[in-house]
Structures are given as structure tokens and as C-alpha cells.
Design a protein around this ligand. Structure first.
Ligand SMILES: NC(=O)c1ccc[n+]([C@@H]2O[C@H](COP(=O)([O-])OP(=O)(O)OC[C@H]3O[C@@H](n4cnc5c(N)ncnc54)[C@H](O)[C@@H]3O)[C@@H](O)[C@H]2O)c1
Length: 442
């Protein structure tokens, strides 16, 4: 059964995540009139993407209900870290509980349901619990759609389902194009996501429940706590927490994937909700960057090098400037039982054309924001002064005055105290201000 929690006392915590990116800020501003006062249920709200979406919808004026099967205040989650849970209705419920979902959906008066909860969101976990994965990732969707079906037709919420590029599986031709590429999902997680993806269209076309399907690529950014599984959070863990070389599975040497900063995913959900013409349609969520897995790890290393160089030049007292770390990559044995797709690449022209969505955050800018967050998370979160100073540095390093800073790495032996050259990206002048911790922190 669903449990509802009253808000606790409001509090805020500083986290150097430099939110929102300019693209998300614009989407929020432009959609405030649309979302203001409208009711949105986000399932999986205490997870990685759900937290970002709740934050963005809340900022746009929506009345957000945050549903998850684990809403404990102790849990690592964006909604807990930022005190955002106090600003929304928190609903603890399990999407596999049909009766609970019936109650939540029929009594909530929702205009939108963003369905992001999923039992296993990493393929290793799905392999060890196939039944639980299918129950949550397929029937969880069905339970929510059934709740909506029992409402009068004009009261049914729009359900936006977070599907995955994994539904396409191994393909002879890339990029994957909606309704042209075949389905090829074989792994447990992949097939369970695909089944719900197909049922989403069934509920829309045959049963009168409006749905939109969003097939997402690999997302990354602050607050992804899957630090033992996903490539980028695990690399950050290796560097900042464990002081170890980054790990690369042997079979991933030739893998290619799309990558998108998580705030852009939140934007995509908001765009789809607002475009009436998108109802009943299926969309790919493309990456801002298509790359081989070893190159992504190299990019992570270069980004942290760059941040450290910046800190050494402008904020040498920060731990970021001083810590020593391991810059190597070690190749480890892959699990032969895992079915892993070698190359995945999504075509993003439909969502651009029909929902006006394009990625706004470059891969490097997203990595900088993620690295600042994980550095704080793994090394500085207990220290309030260091946190405040890192927040100020994060604004300097990740946001910049209207530009994205892309600095070439210093040559070996170069004077590391010299300010790096900055390349201007965008149309505003590159003003590079020297970092002043006390002023900026205030
Ligand atoms: N992160 C990505 O790169 C990515 C890519 C493609 C698709 N997706 C999809 O996006 C969605 C969100 O992914 P994420 O990265 O935020 O995952 P996540 O694991 O961080 O979050 C999932 C959330 O769902 C909750 N949950 C699990 N089982 C539940 C249940 N039975 N009832 C209620 N809540 C339950 C979990 O507690 C968790 O908070 C998932 O559906 C995932 O399949 C994610």
C-alpha cells in the first residue's frame, strides 16, 4: 500500500552541482506557464534521473509527487541531499503492487505521470533476478497504465515512459531510427524494458491511455549513485574514493555508446509533455557525444586533469588542486554471462523536429560538472567550509561567464601555474575571472 509523508522542515544543503545548466534554465523558464499548478507524478523519484526531473518540474511550478519504493531520508538521493523532498509530496509505494498503483493513479488527480521507476537499471543486477526485473520493469508499467485506464477518458494522465536504447539490441545499421530499426533486445533488462515499451503503445492505441515513449541513451551527471556499475560514476569512484586505476572491461574496448548529460534528459521529458502532437509517439533521446568506451575513460581523466590544473592556477588551497590520483586504465575480465551490445547510436531527428529538443550540454562540460560533484561527494562532503569553497569554484569552472571552457592539456614539463588558454564556445566574450574564494562563496 502507498504511504504518504508530510513535508519535514525545509532545509537546503550546498552541493557543487552548478545546477541548472543554461539549457535547462531556459526550458524551465519557457515551461513555467505550462506546468504551473499542474500535477505530476514521478516514479523512481529517489533515483538518478527521477531526482533531476523532480527538481526541474518543481522549479517550473509543477506540483510534484515523488514516488519510490525506498524514500528513506537516509538514502543517497538528490531529493534528500538538497532537502527537495520537503518541497514535494513523497509517496512510498511499489510499482509491482497493483492495488497500490490503482490507488495512487486514480486518486492523485495527475496531469502527467513520468514513469522512471525500474527494478534493475544495471544489467548485472537484472541477470541475477530475472523474475523481479520483469515484474518491475514490465508489469510495473502495466500497473500504472491500468490505474489510468480505470479513470474517465478525460481525466487520464499522460504517461511518459522512460525506455532505453537497449530495446534495439545489436543492429547491422546505425543509427537506430524509431519504427525503422528492428527490436533486438535479448538481455533480461533490455527485454523487460522493450515489453513495457510495446505495452505503452498498446495502452495508447488500443486502450485509450495517452502515452509517450522515450528511448534514452546513456545518461550521466551528478547524483548517480550506481558507483559500482555504471562507467562514469565508477570511474569517479576509482579516482576520488579508491585512488585506483580506472577499470575497463575487456569486451568494452570496442564498444561505442551515446552519452547525454542528465539535465538534458530532464529537458526532453518536459518538452515531450508540452507538445500535444507527441502523444502516442515513440522518441529516441540522442546523445551529445558518440564515443568508444576507452575514449570516454580518457576524457574523464583529461577533464579531471583540467579541473586540477584550474584549481592549481586559481584556487591552490582547494583539495582539488592538491590531491594525487591514478591516471591509468586497467583492463579487466568481462563477465561472459552478460549479453552486451557492442555498438549503440540513436538518431535524434524525430525529437528535434516534433518536440523541439536538442542536447544543450557538451560532453566535456557535463563531465566537468559530474567530476566536481563526485570530488565533493567522495572527499569533501563532511567539511562545510570546503564545500562552500568548492561550490564557488564549481560555478567558476563548470558554468563560466557564458562560455564553455575547453583548455588544452599542458605539455609535459610545462609551467603548471600558467593560466591555460581558453577557447570560446558560444557567442559571448570569454571573460576569465580569477577565482576568489571568499567573495564568490559569500
Ligand atoms: N540512467 C541511464 O543511463 C538510463 C538510460 C536509459 C534508460 N534509463 C531508464 O530510466 C529510468 C531511471 O533510471 P535511473 O538511472 O534513474 O535508475 P535508478 O536505479 O537510479 O533509479 C530507479 C529508481 O526506481 C526505484 N524503484 C526500483 N524498483 C521499484 C519499485 N518496484 N517500485 C517503486 N520504485 C522502484 C529505485 O528505488 C530507484 O530510486 C529507468 O527506468 C531506466 O531503465 C536510464
Amino acid at each position: 500500500m502507498a504511504k504518504k509523508f508530510a513535508p519535514l522542515l525545509s532545509h537546503t544543503t550546498s552541493v557543487p552541482d552548478s545546477w541548472p545548466t543554461p539549457g535547462l534554465a531556459k526550458t524551465i523558464a519557457q515551461s513555467r506557464e505550462f506546468f504551473s499548478g499542474r500535477r505530476a507524478l514521478v516514479t523512481g523519484a529517489f533515483g538518478f534521473v527521477g531526482g533531476h526531473l523532480c527538481r526541474a518540474l518543481h522549479a517550473a511550478g509543477a506540483q510534484v509527487a515523488a514516488l519510490d519504493k525506498d524514500t528513506s531520508p537516509q538514502r543517497e538521493s538528490q531529493l534528500n541531499s538538497l532537502g527537495l523532498r520537503d518541497e514535494m509530496e513523497v509517496v512510498e509505494a511499489d510499482i509491482t503492487d497493483r492495488q497500490a498503483m490503482h490507488e495512487v493513479v486514480t486518486q492523485g488527480g495527475y496531469d502527467f505521470i513520468f514513469h522512471l521507476a525500474a527494478g534493475a537499471t544495471v544489467i548485472e543486477k537484472a541477470l541475477h533476478d530475472p523474475y523481479g526485473t520483469i515484474l518491475a520493469n514490465t508489469l510495473g508499467f502495466v500497473n500504472i497504465a491500468e490505474g489510468a485506464r480505470h479513470l474517465p477518458a478525460d481525466e487520464r494522465p499522460l504517461i511518459i515512459y522512460s525506455s532505453s536504447d537497449k530495446v534495439y539490441g545489436e543492429a547491422n545499421e546505425l543509427p537506430y531510427v524509431e519504427e525503422k530499426s528492428n527490436f533486438g533486445a535479448i538481455g533480461v533488462y533490455d527485454a523487460a524494458k522493450l515489453a513495457a515499451d510495446i505495452f505503452a503503445s498498446t495502452y495508447d492505441k488500443a486502450l485509450g491511455v495517452p502515452t509517450v515513449v522515450l528511448r534514452m541513451c546513456n545518461l550521466f551527471g551528478p547524483f548517480d549513485f550506481s558507483i559500482d556499475y555504471r562507467l562514469i560514476p565508477k570511474a569517479m569512484r576509482n579516482i576520488f574514493r579508491d585512488g585506483e586505476a580506472l577499470e575497463l572491461y575487456f569486451n568494452a574496448l570496442e564498444h561505442m555508446r551515446d552519452y547525454l548529460f542528465v539535465e538534458d534528459a530532464a529537458r526532453a521529458f518536459m518538452h515531450l509533455a508540452q507538445h500535444a502532437g507527441c502523444r502516442g509517439r515513440v522518441y529516441n533521446l540522442p546523445g551529445a557525444h558518440y564515443a568508444a568506451t576507452p575514449d570516454v575513460l580518457r576524457d574523464v581523466i583529461e577533464t579531471i586533469e583540467w579541473l586540477q590544473f584550474e584549481a592549481q592556477a586559481h584556487a591552490p588551497h582547494l583539495e582539488m588542486a592538491r590531491f594525487s590520483w591514478n591516471r591509468s586504465i586497467r583492463i579487466i575480465q568481462s563477465d561472459p554471462k552478460l549479453i552486451v551490445i557492442s555498438k549503440q547510436h540513436l538518431d535524434g531527428s524525430r525529437i528535434a523536429r516534433e518536440a523541439g529538443f536538442e542536447p544543450s550540454v557538451t560532453f566535456r562540460d557535463g563531465l566537468r560538472r559530474a567530476a566536481l560533484f563526485y570530488h565533493w561527494h567522495f572527499t569533501q562532503r563532511q567539511n562545510a567550509t570546503a564545500t562552500a569553497e568548492l561550490c564557488a569554484f564549481a560555478r567558476h569552472a563548470a558554468q563560466g561567464p557564458g562560455v564553455i571552457h575547453v583548455a588544452p592539456l599542458p605539455e609535459p614539463g610545462a609551467d603548471r601555474r600558467k593560466k591555460p588558454d581558453l577557447k570560446l564556445v558560444g557567442d559571448r566574450p570569454a571573460v576569465f575571472t580569477t577565482y576568489q574564494p571568499k567573495e564568490a562563496a559569500g
